[in-house]
Unconditional design. Structure first.
Length: 262
């Protein structure tokens, strides 16, 4: 199914087979930027995602901490399956959307408390996602411990919420929601069911996704350095782009070979 062959790290090379593809976005398909709203995916990469989706009969989904609305804007005009806010919202291949919401009172009270607290720490940024909150401190590393302490206190005060640490960010989200569960849900539905899952991500938020893929004898790929449950490694976003191009060539050649044999 796969083979490791790269001079820097264990590099995932896909051979013939039926695959289901899952991609994180920030730090995987898009380079990390100083502010979340500055992130973009190159047009050529969007076109390659569309091609890969077609080659896999639609079995390709974005799995991200971003809301689905933001994901759609980043990959337009492509519109396909997606899991947003770490799986708190999920759109299947038929376009059906499921969302987990916070109680209105909890969302409003927590939003005000977080806004008031973070307003005292210049350079920090609160991202409101409806059913979750992302507390960014990339531009204010001196306030890292303040932000983490605030998040921990908030979760203790509001039962049913959980922390999700990331790169220069900590998120507050509904408990029991993660990318592993989102991928597992996709794998029970067409066109993903019966295929070998492939998941590429770069952050702590992706680790449960890697575990879910490993349990299905799939291909889990960590982008960047650091300990991980992933079986393979890519160096950075540019390496992801190179892998994507190579994978398209291999799968396209495999399809041509099947047509020739027929």
């Amino acid at each position: 199914m796969t083979q490791a062959a790269d001079t820097y790290a264990r590099y995932p090379t896909l051979s013939s087979g039926q695959y289901a593809f899952f991609f994180d976005v920030d730090g995987t398909l898009a380079a990390i930027q100083s502010r979340p709203e500055a992130v973009f995916i190159p047009e050529q990469v969007i076109a390659q995602l569309q091609q890969l989706s077609a080659l896999s009969q639609g079995a390709l989904a974005l799995v991200s901490g971003r809301p689905i609305e933001q994901l759609d804007a980043l990959v337009a005009p492509w519109h396909g399956p997606a899991a947003g806010v770490h799986g708190a919202e999920r759109r299947d291949a038929e376009g059906n959307v499921q969302r987990i919401s916070l109680p209105v009172e909890v969302e409003q009270n927590l939003r005000k408390e977080l806004q008031d607290a973070m307003a005292c720490w210049p350079g920090t940024q609160l991202e409101v996602k409806g059913m979750a909150f992302a507390l960014h401190y990339r531009q204010a590393m001196q306030h890292e411990q303040d932000v983490l302490r605030l998040a921990e206190q908030s979760v203790k005060r509001f039962p049913g919420l959980a922390l999700q640490p990331g790169k220069c960010v900590v998120e507050i989200k509904p408990a029991g929601i993660d990318k592993g569960a989102a991928i597992s849900d996709f794998m029970q539905q067409p066109p993903f069911a019966g295929r070998t899952p492939v998941f590429i991500g770069d952050d702590l938020t992706d680790e449960k996704g890697f575990l879910a893929v490993n349990e299905r004898q799939g291909v889990s790929v960590k982008v960047g350095e650091g300990a991980s449950q992933a079986n393979y490694r890519l160096n950075d976003v540019d390496d992801v782009y190179g892998w994507l191009e190579k994978t398209l060539l291999l799968l396209d050649q495999d399809n041509v070979g099947k047509e020739f044999r027929l």
